[in-house]
Design a protein around this ligand. Sequence first.
Ligand SMILES: [Zn+2]
Ligand SMILES: [Zn+2]
Length: 150
Amino acid sequence: MSNEDAPIRVCARCLLALNHRTTAVGVSWEHPVDAEVGHEVVPIPPPPGWTGKCDFCSTARPTHVVPANDFLVPGVAGHSSGGNWAACGTCGELVEQAKWDELGARVAEEFERRNGWPMSRFARRHLTKLYTRLRRNITGPVRPIREVKG
Ligand SMILES: [Zn+2]
Ligand SMILES: [Zn+2]
């Protein structure tokens, strides 16, 4: 069901968790579409002690899990979202309360703080579509990360 045993790759340069993209020649790794980091991806296995970042705002450390099915990322051929999403406390709460507009605004704000430039309109539109798709694939309530094991 969940893809607990799917390999996780992070980018050695920005330490974002990467999406896998399935093509005819196999699997490649890419930054989240909205990351716009401006460098080539350098996929590595997560270094020891890497706890990931919030799958929504990419800033805070995840404390919650949004249980979700795998789904195809809209608008980007071959991209899929694998299983559960990690969320920081704030993003997790917004998901739990179905405040998707606020969540999108928060993610854009965090993006700007992180990069020093505003998220592009393309990325904002993508996010809206992505979250709409995610929303349809959520399988249960948001849970604290500790209870997810086993
Ligand atoms: Zn990177
Ligand atoms: Zn977050």
